[in-house]
Design a protein around this ligand. Structure first.
Ligand code: C2E
Ligand code: CA
Ligand code: CA
Length: 284
């Protein structure tokens, strides 16, 4: 039995080595892939829950890998963080999203939609980050008020509880800051009071537990309601992520949640698929 265990161990090890090698290959490939323009951006609608009209879009990166097909960000963003390529990749996505947002704003002046862009810890801590954002806004002509930057709590606060230095500079230019995946970490509402944060994105697991508004509120539902109320007291709007069902959307509206995002309204779409939504009665 001992030798059997050993064989299993060796197999597991070989497996893990193969996976590691694949990860390294993918990571090493990223700078060239950027040059070859293999990263594309798709856009997921964010709708106002009151009327379900399009209010904004979240930019989500995809890698059109020549050999491995369309890769989702979960398979390469963590790697890009490890190698530092995230700084260049993040700049690329921001540039694309701002250019796209500016084009929509020119073509559809009656329905200005904001673009919301994800920013990782490494990117946000780059000293040049605020200057780069300012340059991209100037180059693309996007109104700063139409840009939202999504940061997780770990990007906003460092381990000592000190807030990100760039936050005030970014907010002062009219850019709005969103806390992404709120409720997945050691969420703490206290800093909403002190920091220039405009939007709270309620993480999927909170939304999962919601049922139709007619049913008696569970403890989870009461927690969501309390978060929304507290955010509103602090002047922060709330967006619910991963809204998949009609009862969830109805409950969220009932609880006062401002905005929704999720498959119920729309999957992430290529930019070319967005104009009908911008014309607008919103996503069907
Ligand atoms: P995220 O910021 O939480 O983005 C939302 C994710 O939820 C997206 O996954 C989206 O496709 C997915 N989603 C949308 N609606 C639903 C729904 O109704 N149900 C469920 N279950 N999921 C839904 P995606 O596009 O695979 O992105 C995964 C993560 O990768 C993102 O999570 C974000 O953290 C990261 N990411 C994506 N693009 C970028 C980027 O350009 N830069 C950085 N730094 N990170 C990115
Ligand atoms: Ca996000
Ligand atoms: Ca999120």
């Amino acid at each position: 039995a001992k030798s059997e265990g050993r064989a299993r161990y060796v197999m597991y090890d070989a497996d893990r080595n193969a996976r590691q090698a694949a990860r390294y290959a993918l990571a090493a490939d990223m700078p060239d892939a950027l040059d070859r323009d293999e990263f594309t951006v798709v856009y997921q609608p964010l709708v106002s829950l009151a009327d379900e009209r399009l209010r904004g879009v979240e930019a989500l990166v995809r890698w059109r890998h020549p050999a491995r097909g369309l890769l989702s960000p979960d398979s390469f963003i963590p790697l890009a963080e490890e190698t530092g390529v995230i700084v260049a990749l993040g700049r690329h996505v921001l540039q694309r999203a701002c250019a796209q947002g500016a084009e929509w704003a020119r073509r559809f002046p009656d329905n200005p939609v904001f673009v919301s862009v994800n920013v990782t810890v490494a990117q946000a801590r780059e000293p040049a980050f605020p200057a780069e954002v300012a340059k991209i806004l100037a180059d693309t002509g996007l109104d700063p008020r139409l840009l939202v930057l999504e940061l997780t709590e770990s990007a906003i606060m460092d381990a000592d509880g000190a807030p990100l230095a760039a936050l005030d500079v970014l907010a002062a230019s009219g850019i709005r800051i969103a806390i992404d995946d709120f409720g997945t970490g050691y969420s703490n509402l206290a800093y909403l009071r002190r920091l220039p944060i405009h939007i709270l994105k309620l993480a999927g697991p909170f939304v999962d537990g919601l049922r139709d508004p007619a049913s008696v509120a569970t403890v989870d539902e009461q927690i969501v309601e309390t978060i929304i109320q507290l955010a509103h007291v602090l002047g922060v709007t709330v967006t619910a992520e991963a809204v998949e069902t009609r009862p969830q959307a109805d409950r969220l509206r009932h609880l006062g949640c401002d905005t929704g995002q999720g498959y119920l309204f729309s999957r992430p779409l290529p930019a070319a698929a967005m104009p009908p939504l911008l014309h607008n009665s919103g996503p069907a």
